[in-house]
Design a protein around this ligand. Structure first.
Ligand code: BG6
Length: 484
C-alpha cells in the first residue's frame, strides 16, 4: 500500500537529483504511485530559496523527463521545499524536523536520501543522529548512494557511524543497477528455467564477458570523478553486482538476505591478485580527445596531469567448485563507442568437429543478456545451411522486452524508491557485500595509482578503449563480443 512520507534530499540540486531523482519522483507522481500526502525537502547550499529550488525542479523535468505521463506540474513542484545549510551545521537540521512537522501529520515516515559525494556522508549521518531528530519518534529510513566509502576501510568506518544512528533494516544502500528490469531478470532466467542451470558451470562455459560501456564523458562531475575513477564509480558496485548475479548459487528462497548471502560468497571467492597478476590481468585507460570532444584532462575540475582512470578492463576468476578456471572478463569505461551494458556467456565448442571447414566454422554457442539500451536475451545456435554442403549457419533465438508490448515500465530509480517507501530491502546492497566488493576493488585502485601517468591518455574518445583491452582476450584466443 501507499503511505505518506517526507523525502529529505541532501544534494537536492546536484547532478543525481536533477537527472534521476526528480524525474523519477515526477513519473511516480504522474502514475499516481505515490501517496497524496508526500513532501520533499531539499537540504543544501546556502543562497537558494524554496522558489528558486522549485525552478531547479521544473528545469530538471524539462531537461530529463521523457515520459508521456504528465501529472499537474505546479502541484508537484509545490511539494518541494528548500532549507539552506552547510552539511556540518548541526543546528540547521532542526529546521528539517520543524518543516516536516508543519507539512505532515503524525507518524509520517522521514526518508533521508544522501545524494552527495562520499566525503560528506559521515557528517550528514552524524548530524541525523542528533537527539532531537532521534527522539522525535517518526519512522525513518536512510538511503545511501554509492560509492559507499572510498575503500574497504572507509566503508567500514562509515558503516559504524551509520549503525550508531540507524538500525540495519532502516538502511537502504542503493545500487541502481539492481533496480533495472533486465538485471532482475538474470536470476529469473537462471532459476526459473530448468534447462540452463545444468550447463551453468565450468564444464560447459568457456568464459564470461561483462561490458559496461558509456558514450558520455564525466559531464559536470569532475570533482567527484577525480577522486573516484571508473573502479569506484562503476566496477566496485554495478559491475560486481552483475558478476555476482551471473555466478551465484541458487538461494534456498527468494528472500533479501538469502540472495545477499549467496552474492557475498561470490565476492569472497573472486581470486585476489598479487603484483604480477595485477600487471598481467588489468588494463587502465583514460580518454583522450575525440571528434570535437575534450580529453578527460581538459574537462572542468580535472588536473591537467590527472592519473584517474576512466576505463578499466580485467580478467578475474571465481575460485569455487562451479567456476574454477573460467575467466570472467570485464570492461567498463566512459567515452567509448556506444552506450551498452551486456553480459555474454560463451559456451565451449562441441568435442568433435563434424561440420564446416576453415571458411565456414561453427561458432560457439553464446548467450547474450543485454541489459541496456537494448533489453533482450539472445541465444546463438548453429544450424545447417540449406544445400548439399554441410555448412553451418549461426542463428539466434531471442526474447526482446519489446515483445511484451506495453507494460508498467518503471525505471531503476522509480522501482527502488517505491521499494524503499514500502520497506523492501531485496534490491539493496548489504554492508558485508559492499566491504567484500571493496576487497576486490582496493588492490586494483592501488595498482592503478602506481601506473605511470605518462602513457595517459591512452584511448581516443569514441573508440572501444586502449589496445591492451583487446589483447587481454586475444592472448587467450578470444575476443570481445563487440569491438572494432
Ligand atoms: C552511475 C555512475 O552510478 O551510473 C555514472 O556514477 C554512470 O558515472 C551511471 O553514468 C550509469 O548508469 P546507467 O543507468 O545510465 O547505466
Amino acid at each position: 500500500g501507499k503511505s505518506p512520507f517526507t523525502l529529505v534530499i541532501f544534494g537536492g540540486s546536484g547532478d543525481l537529483s536533477k537527472r534521476k531523482l526528480i524525474p523519477s519522483l515526477y513519473n511516480l507522481y504522474s502514475l499516481k504511485r505515490l501517496h497524496e500526502g508526500f513532501n520533499v525537502i531539499s537540504y543544501g547550499m546556502p543562497g537558494m530559496s524554496t522558489e528558486e529550488y522549485r525552478e531547479v525542479v521544473r528545469s530538471s523535468i524539462d531537461t530529463y523527463y521523457k515520459r508521456v505521463e504528465r501529472g499537474d506540474l505546479e502541484e508537484f513542484t509545490g511539494r518541494f521545499h528548500y532549507i539552506s545549510g552547510e552539511f556540518h551545521e548541526e543546528s540547521r537540521y532542526r529546521e528539517i524536523l520543524d518543516l516536516h512537522r508543519d507539512l505532515s501529520k503524525e507518524d509520517v515516515q522521514l526518508v533521508y536520501y544522501l545524494a552527495i559525494p562520499p566525503v560528506f556522508a559521515e557528517t550528514v549521518i552524524k548530524n541525523l543522529g542528533q537527539d532531537f531528530l532521534r527522539e522525535s519518534g517518526y519512522p525513518r529510513k536512510v538511503v545511501m548512494e554509492k560509492p559507499f566509502g572510498v575503500d574497504r576501510e572507509s566503508a567500514g568506518r562509515l558503516n559504524e557511524v551509520v549503525l550508531k544512528v540507524f538500525r540495519e533494516e532502516e538502511i537502504y544502500r542503493i545500487d541502481h543497477y539492481l533496480g533495472k528490469e533486465t538485471v532482475q531478470n538474470i536470476l529469473f532466467f537462471r532459476f526459473g528455467n530448468s534447462i540452463f542451470e545444468p550447463l551453468w558451470n565450468r564444464n560447459f562455459i568457456d568464459h564470461v564477458q561483462i561490458t559496461a560501456a558509456e558514450s558520455i564523458g564525466i559531464e559536470h562531475r569532475g570533482k567527484f570523478y577525480e577522486g573516484a575513477g571508473v573502479v569506484r564509480d562503476i566496477v566496485q558496485n554495478h559491475v560486481m553486482q552483475l558478476l555476482a548475479l551471473v555466478a551465484m548459487e541458487p538461494p534456498a528462497d527468494f528472500h533479501a538476505d538469502m540472495i545477499r548471502d549467496e552474492k557475498l560468497k561470490i565476492f569472497k571467492s573472486i581470486r585476489s591478485m598479487n603484483e604480477k597478476d595485477l600487471g598481467e590481468n588489468l588494463v587502465k585507460g583514460q580518454y583522450g580527445e575525440g571528434d570535437e570532444i575534450l580529453a578527460y584532462r581538459e574537462e572542468r575540475d580535472v588536473e591537467e596531469d590527472s592519473n584517474t582512470p576512466t576505463f578499466m578492463a580485467g580478467k578475474f576468476f571465481v575460485d569455487n567448485w562451479r567456476w574454477a578456471g573460467v575467466p570472467f572478463y570485464i570492461r567498463a569505461g566512459k567515452r567509448l563507442r556506444e552506450k551498452v551494458t551486456e553480459i555474454y556467456i560463451q559456451f565451449k565448442q562441441p568435442p568433435l568437429k563434424l561440420f564446416g571447414d576453415e571458411c565456414n566454422e561453427i561458432v560457439p554457442n553464446g548467450l547474450l543478456i543485454s541489459i541496456q539500451p537494448e533489453e533482450r536475451i539472445s541465444f546463438r545456435l548453429n544450424s545447417k545451411y540449406p544445400g548439399s554442403e554441410n555448412y553451418p549457419h549461426p542463428v539466434e533465438m531471442e526474447f526482446n522486452y519489446k515483445q511484451l508490448g506495453t507494460y508498467d515500465n518503471l525505471d531503476a530509480y522509480e522501482r527502488l524508491i517505491l521499494d524503499c517507501l514500502r520497506g523492501d530491502l531485496t534490491l539493496f546492497a548489504r554492508q558485508d557485500g559492499i566491504e567484500a566488493m571493496w576487497e576486490v576493488a582496493d588492490p586494483i585502485n592501488r595498482y592503478f595509482e602506481k601506473v605511470d601517468t605518462t602513457s595517459l591518455p591512452n584511448y581516443e574518445s569514441g573508440s572501444w578503449g586502449p589496445e591492451e583491452a583487446q589483447d587481454l582476450l586475444f592472448r587467450d584466443g578470444r575476443c570481445w563480443r563487440i569491438s572494432d
